[in-house]
Design a protein around this ligand. Structure first.
Ligand code: NAI
Length: 256
């Protein structure tokens, strides 16, 4: 119960990492505002209620300011404060600079980066009013070490690191801590779409395993545990960190 009575907003919580974080935060005693653009977020709320937790569904598209403002108002009306914001909603369009179109750039940037900014814009004043808060931005190992054909995803995720630093320097002294988590390959529907792009899916999975320092694949629970730590008082002195959750993949240079 490391987050007893804390109010946590998780964006993109209908699926994958966001859904698991919402449930794991509820297990730690938090009240959870489950955001998603998809109605499927209702199922996450049902799962939380089933385990005795408290949650509210806030359907909103994080790309649009009016929707984000209404969402934060709803969270404030429902729970009276915001302690933790997790900017997790994301899409991944994988092209190269020449192939990507303006629409793909806009969708990727707006969902991953603009959405995170808008959520901060409307959550930070409520956090300050309540004495402070913790923001966790779900970036990616692509923010600092990318692979071919991950544009504009890697650019959006690199922007999140700068966003985190900006939050800290502008609002750290007012009680706002912000940090990033950079997951590596994590088994979710988004990751499954990526695997489906390869003619030999099993071969690709084998390659991912051998690029890590552990054979097992990353799970949404691995990311949730890191987020619970960063949200908790145990991380009180941590500002602007980028916690890499990737099974060692980004530091491992194979020699064979
Ligand atoms: P997912 O596709 O399973 O879940 C993403 C959720 O975001 C979906 O429920 C979707 O409806 C929601 N969403 C999309 N656009 C939205 C919008 N405009 N407003 C509100 N909600 C929206 O993806 P996954 O894998 O759980 O990814 C979660 C985050 O983790 C993303 O930011 C992703 O970039 C990041 N990540 C994932 C990795 C992986 O291997 N799965 C690796 C590194 C980072």
């Amino acid at each position: 119960m490391r987050l007893l009575n804390k109010v946590v907003v998780v964006t993109g919580a209908a699926s994958g990492i966001g859904k698991t974080m919402a449930i794991e935060f509820a297990k730690e005693g938090a009240y959870v505002a489950v955001n998603d653009v998809s109605k499927d977020g209702e199922a996450t709320v049902e799962d939380i209620v089933k385990i005795g937790g408290k949650a509210v569904f806030c359907q909103a598209d994080v790309r649009y300011e009016t929707q984000v403002k209404e969402m934060m108002d709803l969270v404030n009306q429902s729970f009276g404060k915001i302690d933790v914001l997790i900017n997790n909603a994301g899409v991944s369009i994988r092209k190269n600079i020449l192939e990507a179109g303006e629409e793909e750039w806009t969708k990727t940037m707006d969902t991953n980066l603009k959405g995170a900014w808008l959520c901060c814009k409307y959550a930070i004043p409520l956090m300050i009013e309540n004495g402070g808060g913790s923001i966790i931005n779900i970036a990616s190992t692509h923010s600092f070490r990318t692979q071919p054909n991950h544009f504009p995803y890697q650019s959006a995720k690199a922007g999140m690191i700068a966003l985190t630093n900006g939050i800290c320097v502008d609002f750290g002294l007012k009680g706002i801590r912000a940090n990033n988590i950079s997951p590596g390959f994590i088994v979710t529907p988004l990751a499954s779409d990526y695997l489906n792009e390869f003619p030999n899916r099993d071969e690709k999975i084998k390659k991912i395993r051998s690029s890590q320092l552990t054979e097992r694949l990353g799970t949404p629970e691995d990311v949730a545990k890191a987020a619970i730590f960063l949200a908790s008082d145990d991380a009180h002195f941590i500002y602007g960190a980028n916690l890499i959750v990737d099974g060692g993949r980004s530091i491992y240079q194979r020699t064979d």
